[in-house]
Design a protein around this ligand. Structure first.
Ligand code: C5P
Length: 315
């Protein structure tokens, strides 16, 4: 069987809660985080290549369209190339009878690039999902490959509402009731995740910011209440002071969202995307519109929580 063209939808995430512990010997920080899949997503299409492999052994080309597509790397540094290469190398080693494809990979972006919403991780997860349909590997091995690709890739593959520990790659499902509505504030410039973590270490060493907050119990209770105000009261991000220090203009965005009626606003992950929890879908639309009018964002739109992070699309 030759590889069939496959499209996969992979959702954005926010961290309703992000507790960051000390840096470990390997440079990563020990996290206690509550991941949540959101409705905005990328669509990744894998098709048999029309030309030779140029990006590693299995990928001929990477192309992109959609939201800020010009900032997507189209060379071997794109995580989709490493995802395809690692997955297919493992299939080659274990199943020499399977005919392996060379791929053209197209990414249609609905998740801001370098925005703290795991857009690159979603793309990598989409590739793993598509390839595991064609040439299955044991689920545990797919999750291990995901973790080798990046700390957020396992969550992008699993999706929903999950407690993440370790680098964020160890996941346990959490209960959540109902659908929560948010407005997202998008910035033109991205923030580099390692720089945000390094800034937090620096601020902690100088005694300029609080110690890690790793207690997710109140948020866990709030999520099963189904009440947006209860969830809003427990949302938290240890990385926020570092992101604000690197991009002080985000303070004005957070203030604009609150003025527009959001229940709460936080920086999403390492930023600079800001996420505003709202009472309803209509309220989220109003907050997004007011954010656009405020001049403090490049763009803003309303999204909602979804129970699954990834899925194949019938073409
Ligand atoms: O795992 P990933 O490649 O997404 O991580 C990007 C960078 O973010 C790491 O190189 C590290 O600087 C930082 N990071 C961290 N602790 C984590 C996750 C990421 O310090 N748990």
């Amino acid at each position: 069987m030759s590889f069939p063209t496959t499209s996969v939808r992979a959702c954005a995430k926010i961290n309703f809660f992000l507790g960051v512990g000390a840096a470990r010997a390997d440079g990563f920080h020990e996290l206690t985080t509550v991941f949540q899949s959101l409705s905005n997503h990328n669509v990744v299409r894998l098709s048999p290549a029309s030309g030779p492999a140029q990006l590693g052994e299995y990928v001929a080309s990477v192309s992109a369209s959609g939201l800020a597509a010009r900032s997507v790397p189209l060379d071997a540094s794109n995580l989709v190339v490493a995802a395809a290469s690692r997955y297919l190398a493992e299939v080659a080693a274990n199943h020499p009878e399977i005919q392996l494809p060379v791929l053209d990979i197209h990414i249609h972006k609905g998740i801001p690039t370098a925005g703290g919403m795991a857009g690159g991780s979603a793309d990598a997860a989409a590739v793993l999902h598509a390839l595991s349909d064609y040439a299955p590997l044991p689920r545990q091995r797919v999750l291990e490959i995901a973790a080798e690709l990046g700390s957020d890739v396992p969550f992008s593959l699993v999706g929903g509402t999950q407690l993440g520990t370790g680098r964020g790659e160890r996941l346990v499902p959490m209960l959540s009731r109902g659908t929560y509505h948010l407005a997202l504030g998008i910035q033109k410039q991205g923030l580099k995740t390692p720089e945000v973590f390094a800034k937090l270490d620096e601020m902690r060493a100088a005694g300029k910011t609080a110690e890690p907050n790793t207690d997710t119990s109140a948020l866990a209770t709030a999520l099963v209440s189904g009440k947006p105000a209860a969830v809003a009261a427990e949302m938290h991000n240890d990385l926020q002071p570092a992101a604000l220090s690197l991009m002080p203009a985000l303070r004005a965005t957070l203030a604009a969202g609150k003025d527009a009626g959001a229940l709460c606003g936080i920086v999403s992950g390492s930023g600079p995307t800001t996420a505003f929890l709202c009472d309803s879908a209509d309220a989220a639309e109003v907050v997004a519109e007011d954010l656009r009018d405020s001049g403090t964002v490049f763009d803003a739109f309303a999204v909602h929580t979804v129970p699954q992070g990834i899925g194949s699309i019938d073409t």
